[in-house]
Design a protein around this ligand. Structure first.
Ligand code: HEM
Length: 483
């Protein structure tokens, strides 16, 4: 009797061990067999581990990002286990088999070989099918040239620099009056007010507040599971998009009917008027889709950058002093006028501070591409349909690319970065279409901040969270006052 029980227990343990082993290696076995069938044993998959069925390596990823709060150790652990190799690791993340690219050369290969990889937005319905981020090939080149001309080139930036300053100065003054603020929350308000102004000449008020709420719902949906069913975040986001589009369409109709646009030098006007080399204009849908997607791309990212500016400068009073030395003479010369784009662009030290803030903020920790076909890289295969996760964050935090990488040191920008090691704005033809605009907004803020205010962190030892964007837990609470 006892022997029989022992036998059944041993059998059960044996079965559980086999099932556990199979589950542990399931994805690796499955995808290795699939790629073997495709390549006939030629190039092999990069080293790595693909995790358990359905979840893949998501739990490990969350362990490093959410529980340990050491996001870079996710890649470090792979380097320790599988060696540096060619900078590619296989995995299974965000619901798809994937290859991680974590070196400058691997990222350059992926971002610049557009014949082999494409950008696939998870929820195109939310950003608009004709928006810059959603279109491909020649349509992308065409729409991109319109958008870049309207927001990212010196002529546009000169206008925008002056347009954003009234709201920035009013915001700073009101923060100083309050005394204690949460920078992220306030930065979002001022960023959105500025977006409203230079996108569609909206002044603070009901329409702008409504749009702000709608874009919060829309942005939340982009990260949600794409199930269009009442009650889901995705469904809510679609409703928000519809309402936001209606507000912008209304404004567009008014401009067409009453010529109310006279004198308005905003993005909507720019996109409505701009012509390509053949004299062709954007359609109404293209104008509206692009406005909506630009708000999505520029709203949170700029607010996070501003939040980190307050954080790093509060930690480095020596840097604030150097900024003051650069800006105080300009302020005296300006005599109450706003600083011009050309003037702020000539502030060399400020430029370095802005780069350093954006490098360490790692706002876009990773970006995604999909392999169009089976792609071979240095003897390894990236199978068709697999995601490639360009792990930008690791480029900026790897000591092989930046000396003492976690240290905030604007002087490191006395030298250019190693080629391919600085991709905060992505790379290739999809490089951020608002990168100069983002830099400008941070620089303009720094100008007004350092000459007029003093601030300190309420919780200098706040813990960090890393998803969806890196942020201190208190979202940078500060005490701020006039100098
Ligand atoms: C510090 C702030 C910002 C950061 C870190 C940032 C980062 C990025 C990155 C990494 C990409 C590449 C995405 C990819 O290749 O998959 C990107 C694309 C893009 N960004 Fe930004 N961005 C910022 C601010 C802005 C602003 C202010 C705007 C405009 C208002 C903007 C508009 C766009 C657009 C339209 C694209 C898509 C470009 C294309 O597909 O051709 N971004 N951004």
């Amino acid at each position: 009797m006892e022997m029989a029980t022992g036998f059944w227990v041993a059998l059960l343990v044996g079965i559980l061990a086999v099932v556990g082993w199979l589950l542990w290696w399931w994805n690796d076995i499955l995808y290795a067999l699939r790629s073997l069938r495709r390549t006939g044993g030629g190039a092999k998959l990069p080293p790595g581990y693909m995790g358990i069925p359905f979840l893949g390596e998501m739990l490990t990823f969350l362990w490093y990002f959410k529980i340990l709060g050491r996001p870079d150790d996710y890649i470090n652990s792979k380097r320790r286990k599988y060696g540096d190799g060619v900078g590619l690791y296989r995995t299974h993340l965000f619901g798809s088999p994937a290859i991680i690219a974590c070196t400058p050369s691997a990222n350059k290969f992926v971002l610049q070989t557009e014949s082999s990889f494409f950008l696939e937005w998870p929820s195109v319905e939310l950003v608009g099918t004709t928006s810059l981020v959603a279109v491909q090939g020649s349509s992308h080149t065409r729409v991109r040239s319109f958008v870049v001309r309207a927001i990212n080139q010196p002529d546009a930036l000169r206008k925008i620099a002056l347009m954003v300053q009234p709201r920035i100065t009013i915001a700073l003054e009101s923060w100083a009056q309050k005394g204690r603020i949460r920078v992220y929350k306030e930065a979002k308000k001022v960023t959105f007010a500025n977006i409203g102004k230079y996108f569609a000449s909206f002044e603070p008020g009901l329409v702008l507040d409504t749009l702000d709420e709608l874009f919060k719902g829309l942005t939340a949906g982009i990260r949600a599971y794409p199930i269009n069913f009442p009650g889901t975040a995705f469904h809510h986001a679609l409703q928000c998009r519809k309402k936001a589009m209606a507000i912008f369409r209304d404004e567009m109709e008014k401009r067409k009917k009453c010529d109310t646009s006279k004198g308005k030098k905003d993005l909507m006007e720019g996109l409505m008027q701009v012509k390509d080399d053949d004299g062709k204009q954007l359609t109404e849908t293209e104008v509206l889709d692009n406005i909506v997607s630009l708000v999505v791309a520029g709203y949170t990212s700029t607010s996070v950058a501003i939040m980190w500016a307050f954080y790093y400068l509060a930690m480095h009073p020596d840097v604030v002093e150097k900024l003051r030395e650069e800006h105080t003479p300009i302020t005296k010369k300006l005599n109450g006028e706003f600083i011009a784009y050309d003037e702020i662009s000539s502030c060399k030290y400020t430029g370095k501070v802005v780069e350093e803030i954006i490098r360490l903020a790692n706002i876009a920790a990773f970006i995604f591409r999909t392999a169009k076909t089976d792609v071979e890289y240095k003897g390894y295969i990236i199978p068709k349909g697999w995601k490639v996760v360009c792990w930008l964050r690791y480029l900026h935090t790897n000591p092989e690319n930046f000396e003492d990488p976690m240290c905030f040191n604007p002087d490191r920008w006395n030298e250019p970065p190693k080629p391919g090691s600085y991709l905060v704005f992505g790379g290739g033809s999809r490089i951020c279409a608002g990168n100069m605009l983002a830099r400008l907004q941070v620089a303009v803020l720094l100008h007004h901040l350092v000459v007029g205010y003093r601030w300190e962190l309420v919780n200098p030892n706040a813990t960090m969270s890393y998803l969806p964007h890196p942020k201190p837990a208190d979202e940078v609470e500060i005490d701020i006052c006039r100098i």
